[in-house]
Design a protein around this ligand. Structure first.
Ligand code: ATP
Ligand code: MG
Length: 270
């Protein structure tokens, strides 16, 4: 095995979309688990005070006394706050409603957008992928996420207003690139909750591909009830029902992402 010190730093990706309820957290949880199944070392950061990524990974957010909040304000190290998603096979930097207070605490700090980036230097060699589940707002928390990341993965539903929302998001990414983080790139757009039988969805999907070309991931995540049920069982959909169409799609997406960033898919021993 290669010693950790010789491994390249983790790739850090935000799962972001300013629109609410589009499948960011579902993607963050299932992509984390899929990457872990493909033999990758993964840290999932829950950047949303709702704590859905924490709970959906099988971790009780109310038990997470040391969490992302203390890390962001410099009172704890990531290693102290990290918890293991036993079902998912990845680490989680958990959050709960305490994190909403960070917005206020950060305002008075120097380099307030850079707190997460600075903290991540503690663990960059310990993981292959660090995924950040962003809240549906362009808050100081989200800015911390985008300032830390190498790239953004945008989950989106193929609906009528999707393209309009997307141009806002692409403009936001450009502004962050210019002002905060010149490493930031758009990794890709992921079509989620997709139903091929709906003509409008197929049309929007075709428009997306003609406009964004290779930036649209080949994998499409179908609307699948098993993915929606899984969080109440405290496990990622890819673990809850491996044979479901949703699980298979996220596993395939994990593989596509690894290849897209030039990594190697390794199989984890069963
Ligand atoms: P928020 O903006 O509030 O953070 P979000 O973008 O993180 O929301 P999710 O919480 O992942 O969105 O998903 C919203 C709802 O849609 C959830 O109830 C989730 O279970 C459901 N959902 C997500 N993806 C799918 C899918 N592929 N098939 C069926 N249901 C899905
Ligand atoms: Mg969410």
């Amino acid at each position: 095995m290669t010693p950790a010190s010789q491994k390249p730093s983790a790739r850090v990706f935000c799962i972001a979309n300013q629109k609410g309820g589009v499948g960011k957290t579902t993607t963050a949880i299932n992509l984390s688990a899929a990457l872990a199944m493909h033999g990758q070392r993964v840290l999932l950061i829950d950047l949303d005070p709702q704590g859905n990524a924490t709970m959906g990974s099988g971790i009780d957010k109310n038990q997470a006394e040391i969490n992302l909040y203390q890390v962001l304000i410099g009172e704890a190290r990531i290693a102290e706050a990290c918890m293991r998603s036993e079902s998912g096979g990845y680490d989680v930097l958990p959050s709960n409603r305490e994190l909403s207070g960070a917005e206020i605490d950060l305002v008075g700090m120097d380099n307030r957008e850079m707190q997460l980036k600075q903290a991540l230097t503690q663990v960059a060699d310990a993981y292959d992928f660090i995924l950040i589940d962003c809240p549906p707002t362009l808050s100081l928390l989200t800015l911390n996420g985008l300032a830390s990341a190498d790239g953004v993965i945008i989950p989106m539903q193929c609906e009528y207003f999707a393209l309009e929302g997307l141009s806002d998001l692409v403009n936001t990414i450009k502004r962050i690139y210019r002002n905060l983080n010149t490493s930031l790139e758009l990794i890709g757009l992921l079509r989620v909750m997709f139903d091929r039988r709906v003509t409008l969805q197929q049309q929007v999907s075709d428009q997306l591909v003609s406009h964004f070309g290779d930036k649209v991931f080949k994998t499409v995540i179908p609307r699948n009830v098993r993915l929606a049920e899984a969080p109440s069982h405290g496990m990622p959909g890819v673990v809850y029902d491996k044979s479901s169409r949703g699980a298979k799609a996220y596993l395939q997406f994990g593989e596509e992402l690894i290849r897209r960033v030039g990594g190697r898919v390794r199989r984890r021993a069963a």
